[in-house]
Design a protein around this ligand. Structure first.
Ligand SMILES: Cc1cc2nc3c(=O)[nH]c(=O)nc-3n(C[C@H](O)[C@H](O)[C@H](O)COP(=O)(O)OP(=O)(O)OC[C@H]3O[C@@H](n4cnc5c(N)ncnc54)[C@H](O)[C@@H]3O)c2cc1C
Length: 552
């Protein structure tokens, strides 16, 4: 079986090299020449024909050699497609000849030569994994593990696969030395230190995105074919199909590609993955697929409002940037519900979590924790957190009396077989206590019996509300705020002047305004599943073609 390194650094066959040669240009190179450098974006892809190129990274302050590329090896990793800044420098160490392809040439080659394309893409994904496992340090983040602000930044970095080193204010001696060096007090944390030593005190997600080279350059004067708001499964599926079918597509997300699905430890019911797949892996692969086909993805980019200007739809971002587009896909999903108990806000990110991923599990390893909810996401969290080397005990608290009413049978069976799980039916959370960080959860059952659980972690998985505040006074919403589409629109709306002018009725996933579509969890009546969101995202693209075809 091929090792991880074999997959990451394959040797291309003579046939593959010949196929690439007609798509690129030959270049003679001399020892000492730098072909690509850390921090650059949109650089070329190089294949070594003879001579040698060494890949080195400097994230630890000193050069760290990663690999030497020789005949048949090639440079690059996923950032060739994402447009993010490079993590590695490539320097020629033996004179020779390389083949150079621009990012566009490479995209075309991957499309036209699928077998070779698969080798290159697998290598890129594997390289990113190897570099992270090999101690790459990326940007540094200094903060307290009890700080909600620091938690939000760590969550953002983890979900966006930004290599970063966490330096704990309370336990890491380096923290104090670094603060002294920067001449800033501990109260200025969290502090983000970039690759050139520049630092931000209490950075916003936008500062973090810019510092890590994540945010795409947007084109306010440009008219896109399709702007997708939200990069959960619905948005990513639409991006893959739209970009692969030649549409000019931009995806904006305020937090991270993957949406809710990206926070799921294991999705077991998605077609084609008999052993399940982690949400992060599924959605990172989808992100790369969309970018490989040429979709632009911008994170963190929050859309504040949607309106019309002449024939275009106009999206206004929180920084005031206005984007023009012929069609919009609303794929902004839902937001987790919160608890109405005193001091709740104080513990968000400081003991209250909305997902149970490896990061949260690490924060409460060996401890008793509470999961509140009775749906599949609560069930998955319980199974995951109660696993070996994770939490010592998991309390599943639910308002109802029967797990089977709201949770899939396979999860109920698994939970019933777990010794370190206690189910508390007919129970509410009535209070939270703690000093800066959650310490105690107060419970009360239907009979009025009260008890407390000492815990530093409460996982809230009690459903979600639509993220449609940015759509008020624009498209029609149902009573709960979900977006109405197709046949759920009232006959008055579906037959109004707009639709007369368009000369048709709304398509299945079209909102009350022609050319504005909605897919996934945000849509009224949708099935809240990954596969359903993916299906709706994909279907939307055929409606986009139909709308554009009629509108021109
Ligand atoms: C923990 C967990 C586990 C789950 N497990 C499963 C499972 O095993 N199987 C299954 O089928 N389903 C599962 N689900 C449900 C599934 O993940 C959702 O149905 C699916 O993610 C919905 O996709 P979506 O694209 O519609 O929206 P979402 O995934 O909610 O994505 C919406 C995106 O829009 C972005 N956004 C919102 N507002 C704005 C704005 N104004 N500007 C820019 N961006 C914005 C958000 O940041 C988010 O990334 C799980 C959900 C959770 C929370």
């Amino acid at each position: 079986m091929a090792s991880e390194r074999d997959i990451a650094f394959p040797i291309l066959s003579d046939q593959d090299l010949a196929a690439l040669q007609i798509r690129g240009k030959l270049r003679q190179v001399r020892a000492g020449e730098v072909l690509y450098e850390e921090g650059e974006r949109n650089h070329s892809f190089f294949v070594v024909l003879d001579g040698a190129v060494e890949a080195v990274e400097h994230s630890r302050g000193t050069p760290h050699p990663l690999v030497v590329h020789r005949h048949g090896n090639f440079s690059g990793d996923i950032d060739l497609f994402t447009g993010r800044r490079l993590l590695v420098t490539g320097r020629v160490i033996e004179d020779g000849t390389v083949l150079e392809l621009s990012t566009e040439d490479l995209r075309r080659a991957v499309d036209q030569l699928p077998e070779l394309g698969a080798i290159i893409i697998k290598a890129f994904i594997q390289r990113r994994q190897l570099i992270l496992n090999d101690g790459f340090q990326g940007v540094k983040l200094i903060g307290s593990r009890f700080s909600p602000e620091a938690y939000r930044l760590r969550d953002f970095a983890t979900r966006n696969a930004i290599p970063f080193r966490w330096i704990d204010l309370e336990t890491d001696q380096e923290a104090e030395a670094l603060l002294r060096q920067l001449d800033v007090p501990a109260s200025a944390t969290p502090i983000l230190i970039g690759r050139n030593g520049e630092y931000h005190s209490r950075p916003s997600l936008e500062d973090f995105g810019a510092c890590a080279g994540l945010t795409a350059a947007l084109e306010p004067e440009h008219v896109y074919d399709l702007v997708i708001v939200g990069s959960g499964p619905a948005g990513l599926a639409a991006a893959v199909y739209a970009a692969s079918e030649g549409l000019d597509v931009l995806v904006a997300d305020s937090m991270a590609a993957g949406g809710q699905a990206g926070t799921s430890m294991r999705i077991e019911n998605y077609l084609g993955f008999p052993a399940g797949i982690s949400g992060a892996e599924l959605t990172q692969n989808a992100l790369m697929q969309a970018q490989r086909f040429g979709a632009t993805v911008s994170v963190p980019t929050t859309v504040r409002s949607l309106g019309m200007d002449g024939g275009d739809r106009v999206l206004t971002l929180t920084d005031g940037t206005r984007l023009r587009t012929r069609c919009v896909l609303i794929a902004s999903g839902v937001e987790y519900r919160k608890l109405n108990v005193p001091h709740f806000n104080q513990f968000e990110g400081a003991g209250i979590y909305y997902a149970a991923t490896e990061m949260e599990a690490r924060l409460c390893r060996g401890e008793e924790v509470v999961v509140f909810g009775a749906g599949n996401s609560a069930g998955q969290a319980v199974v995951y957190l109660s696993g070996r080397d994770r939490c010592s005990h998991v309390h599943l608290v639910m308002r109802g009396d029967d797990l089977g009413k709201s949770m899939s049978r396979y999860l109920v069976d698994r939970i019933e077989g777990l010794e370190n799980v206690t189910v508390h039916p007919n129970t509410q959370i009535t209070g939270l206590q703690g000093d800066g960080h959650l310490g105690v959860v107060e419970l009360e059952d239907k009979e009025g019996r009260r008890r407390t659980i000492d815990t530093s972690a409460l996982f809230l998985l009690i459903g979600a509300d639509p993220k449609t505040e940015w759509l008020r006074n624009c498209v029609e919403l149902d009573k709960k705020g979900f977006v109405l589409t197709g046949r759920s629109l009232s006959p008055e709306v579906a037959g109004n002047e707009r639709w007369h002018a368009a000369g048709r009725s709304p398509f299945l996933l079209e909102t009350s305004i022609p050319g504005i579509f909605a897919a996934g969890d945000v849509r009224s009546g949708s099935t809240k599943r990954v596969a359903a969101a993916v299906g709706e995202g994909a279907i939307t693209v055929s409606f986009v073609h139909a709308h554009i075809g009629r509108a021109v």
